[in-house]
Design a protein around this ligand. Structure first.
Ligand SMILES: [Zn+2]
Ligand SMILES: [Zn+2]
Length: 332
C-alpha cells in the first residue's frame, strides 16, 4: 500500500514525509483493518513531523483523524464495510488509576494514533476495535475527518472550560478546531467572541456568526465567562486570561506551547480565574461529540489533498494558508 512515512523529523518546508510503498498492515486479535477513505490533518501531526514531539519510533505513519471502512476484523457491531472514525486516542491500558477513575484521557500508558502506532496517512490502517467510532450516517465522509480530533478536542475544551448554555465564550485562534467549536456553542445559545490573526480567519468567523471578531491583539469588548485558546502561543493564553471575568476559565487547546511567559498574578489569575490544559480525549467525548455533530448537521469547511501531497497539506496548516481543515483523501 501507499503511505506517507516519517523517518527523520525536520521543518515541514524540507518535506520530511516520504511517500512509499509499504506492506499492508494486518489486523491482529482485537483490532480492525481499515480501508482509509480520508484522514484529517492536525497541528499535532505537524509537531510530530517537525520533531517538537519527540519521535517514539524510527519510522511512523502520521495521521489520527481517520475515516475508514472496516476491511478486516469485523464484528457484529462493526461489520465489513461499516464506516468508522479513529482519533488521537488509539488505546488505553484500562488498568491505571486514571482509567479506573474514569479519566482515560490521562492514562499512564496510552496509545496515540499516528504517533505511538501507525496512523492514517496511508491507504490502510489498523486500529483497536474498541477505539473506533461508528460514524452517524448524516456525516459526510470527508467532512467527518476533521471532526475526529479537531472537533472532539475542541468539544472537550468547551467541557474543560465548563461552558454553560448562554454564556459569553472567547475563541482565541480560529483554525480547524475553533471553526467546529463555534457551531456547538451556537447550538448552546452562547455568544462567541473570536480573536485571531489572519484576515481570512476573521472573515470565516464572521460568516459563521461570531458576535464579535478581532485581531490577535484586540481585546473582546466585554468580560468573558470562558475562553479557549487554540494557537500554540503562550502570549495568546495571556490575552485570553486578561479577557476573563472573575471566576472565569481559560482552557488551553494545544498540545505544545512555544513558552509560557511570566504574568501578573494579581491582575490575571487572582479572583479565582482558572487556567487549564486540555489533554487528549475520552471515548465518551468522541461519541457525544459525533452525536451532536450529526444532530446540528455540522459541515466543516475542508480542503482536500491527495496522499502524495501530505507534506503540502502540513505546510498549509503550518502557514494558516487554508480556512477550516485540511484533509488527505484516497480515491475510491
Ligand atoms: Zn490507563
Ligand atoms: Zn489532533
Amino acid at each position: 500500500m501507499k503511505a506517507a512515512v516519517l523517518t527523520t523529523p525536520q521543518p515541514i518546508a524540507k518535506r520530511p514525509l516520504r511517500i512509499e510503498d509499504v506492506p499492508q498492515p494486518e489486523a491482529l486479535a482485537g483490532s480492525v483493518l481499515l480501508r482509509v477513505r480520508a484522514c484529517g490533518v492536525c497541528r499535532t501531526d505537524l509537531h510530530i513531523t517537525e520533531g517538537e514531539l519527540r519521535p517514539l519510533h524510527e519510522r511512523i505513519i502520521p495521521g489520527h483523524q481517520i475515516v475508514g471502512e472496516i476491511a478486516g476484523g469485523a464484528t457484529a457491531e462493526i461489520p465489513l464495510g461499516a464506516r468508522v472514525g479513529v482519533s488521537w486516542i488509539g488505546g488505553v491500558d484500562g488498568q491505571c488509576w486514571y482509567c479506573r477513575a474514569g479519566m482515560e484521557n490521562l492514562c499512564d500508558a496510552p496509545t496515540f494514533t499516528g504517533y505511538s502506532v501507525n496512523g492514517g496517512y496511508a491507504e490502510y490502517a489498523v486500529a483497536r476495535a474498541d477505539f473506533v467510532f461508528p460514524l452517524p450516517a448524516a456525516l459526510d465522509g470527508l467532512q467527518a475527518a476533521p471532526l475526529l480530533c479537531a472537533g472532539i478536542i475542541g468539544f472537550r475544551s468547551l467541557r474543560v472550560a465548563g461552558v454553560q448554555p448562554g454564556e459569553r465564550v472567547g475563541l482565541f485562534g480560529f483554525g480547524a478546531s475553533a471553526h467546529l467549536a463555534i457551531a456547538v456553542l451556537q447550538s448552546w445559545k452562547c455568544s462567541v467572541y473570536v480573536s485571531t490573526r489572519g484576515e481570512s480567519h476573521r472573515k470565516l468567523a464572521e460568516s459563521l456568526g461570531a458576535t464579535w471578531v478581532g485581531k490577535e491583539a484586540d481585546r473582546p469588548p466585554v468580560p468573558l465567562d470562558r475562553a479557549v485558546t487554540f494557537a500554540p502561543s503562550g502570549d495568546v493564553v495571556l490575552a485570553a486570561l486578561s479577557s476573563l471575568r472573575k471566576g472565569g476559565v481559560v482552557a488551553i487547546n494545544a498540545i505544545h506551547l512555544d513558552r509560557m511567559p511570566q504574568f501578573d498574578y494579581d491582575r490575571l489569575l487572582w479572583g479565582e480565574r482558572q487556567l487549564r490544559s486540555v489533554a487528549n480525549m475520552t471515548r465518551a467525548d468522541a461519541r457525544d461529540f459525533l452525536q451532536i455533530a450529526a444532530e446540528i448537521n455540522l459541515r466543516p469547511k475542508v480542503t482536500v489533498f491527495p496522499l502524495d501531497q501530505a507534506n503540502e497539506a502540513l505546510l498549509a496548516v503550518k502557514n494558516d494558508a487554508i480556512d477550516g481543515a485540511a484533509v488527505i483523501a484516497n480515491p475510491r
